[in-house]
Each structure stands twice: as C-alpha cells, then as structure tokens.
Design a protein around this ligand. Structure first.
Ligand code: GLN
Length: 230
C-alpha cells in the first residue's frame, strides 16, 4: 500500500509539504504510522504541481526511494505551488517497477494517485488505451480520469466488481482535490492557509480529521465536503 498527500491553498514549497513535516511523505516512505498493508514505500515516488504556465501539471517521478533522491531535496525548497499531489510507492507483486508505473498518473489538467490494489480484469477494456502503464493503478487512473466528475460512482462500481479491491484514490486538477477512502486510511487537515488530504497525518496537529471508510472527499474554493460512498 502506498501513501499519498495533496495540498490546496496558499502557495507552499514542495519541501515544506513533503520533506519537512515530522511524519510527512518522506518519513512515510520508510516509517508510515498507519499503513495496514506493506511496510516500506521504496519502489518509487512522484509529485505533480500546478502553475500559471499551463493547465496541465508539472510532474516529476522516479522509480527509486524518495529518501535517496538528492535532486529532489535540492530543488524542492525552490518550487512553490497552491496545488500539489504526491505519492510514495510500495509496488504490488507482479506490477512493473519502472517510472511509468509510479503515481501520479496524468490526463489533461488532472493527476491521480492510488493507494491499494485492484483486479485489472474488472476495469473496462476501453480504459486501457489511455493507461500510462499496465500497472493496476495506471489502468484505474485512466478509467477514473476519463470522467473526473464521476470518480466517486466509478470507485463504487469498481469495488462492487472486485470486492477485494482497496481503492483509496487522490486526484487534483489545480483548483480542486477529489479523494476516496475505500479500504485504507485517509485524513484531512483544514488550516487558515489551505487543506491537506493525506493517507495519514503528517504531524500531531489536533485538527487532523479521520475520514470514514467508504467516503468521498471534495475540496475546492468553497471548502471541504465529505460524503458517504457506500
Ligand atoms: N497497486 C499499485 C502499485 O503496484 C499501488 C500499490 C500500493 O498502493 N502499494 O503500484
């Protein structure tokens, strides 16, 4: 099971969000606090962020452990964005090990990460041509980002077709976040500067809220909405 996190709010650095929190994504790559499946997340990492330059996000991925990426540590303090999505990966057995299998997956202005596992056979054949990898998460991303407004219902339908699936997804388009809790942990932190949606709290701030399993989380300029998916 991988870990992911996203930010929507005032511009902040990638370093501040991902590398400098006491239990942030960097620490979660070797010592996650709430991960129920798998141990370390050393099979790659990736991040997407949005700027005024274009609608599509910038994306940076690597198949190695995030803790060994000296270039990320050097660049991350210099990159600021008001919308950021990032993930560290613990590859599912049998899935490819290259960069194209690492989240986030991108389609147009959207990017998406998946914590979990899904039987690719239950995903519609028409999702495959747009998939960036044969990795289950990439095919799932292609299916969900073909209709971003339907991420919640599509996750529910995939879960019905594969009851063993774990389907925590986290998507963003630069001005909103959409996440599901389906089989793994998910938390939300609301501050005056913005909102974090993450697999697990990146610090011990008492304002972190646990999202109930089988929920949809939507974050935009109007605020945070959590609704049941089940
Ligand atoms: N199934 C995905 C992969 O192989 C995600 C794995 C995970 O959540 N650990 O990359």
């Amino acid at each position: 099971m991988c870990r992911h996190t996203a930010w929507l709010g005032q511009p902040r650095t990638l370093a501040g969000l991902l590398l400098e929190q006491p239990s942030g994504l960097l620490q979660q790559s070797w010592a996650p606090r709430r991960q129920a499946h798998g141990t370390v997340n050393a099979d790659g990492w990736g991040t997407a962020w949005w700027s005024a330059a274009r609608a599509e996000p910038a994306r940076w991925r690597s198949p190695g452990p995030v803790w060994s990426d000296a270039s990320l540590a050097s660049v991350a303090p210099h990159v600021s964005a008001g919308c950021v999505l990032a993930a560290v990966r613990d590859a599912t057995t049998g899935m490819p090990a290259d960069e194209t299998a690492c989240a986030p997956f991108v389609r147009g202005r959207w990017a998406l990460s998946h914590n979990g596992v899904v039987d690719r056979a239950v995903l519609p054949a028409r999702a495959w041509p747009a998939a960036e990898s044969v990795c289950d998460s990439a095919v799932l991303a292609a299916w969900l980002l073909a209709a971003p407004e339907e991420i919640g219902p599509r996750v529910r339908d995939v879960a019905a077709a594969d009851p063993g699936a774990r389907l925590n997804v986290l998507a963003a388009d630069g001005s909103r976040l959409v996440a599901t809790a389906w089989g793994d942990t998910l938390s939300v932190l609301r501050t005056a500067e913005g909102v974090v949606v993450a697999s697990e709290p990146h610090d011990d701030d008492p304002r972190w809220e646990d999202v109930p399993d089988r929920s949809l989380v939507e974050v935009d300029a109007a605020g945070v909405r959590v609704s049941p998916l089940g």
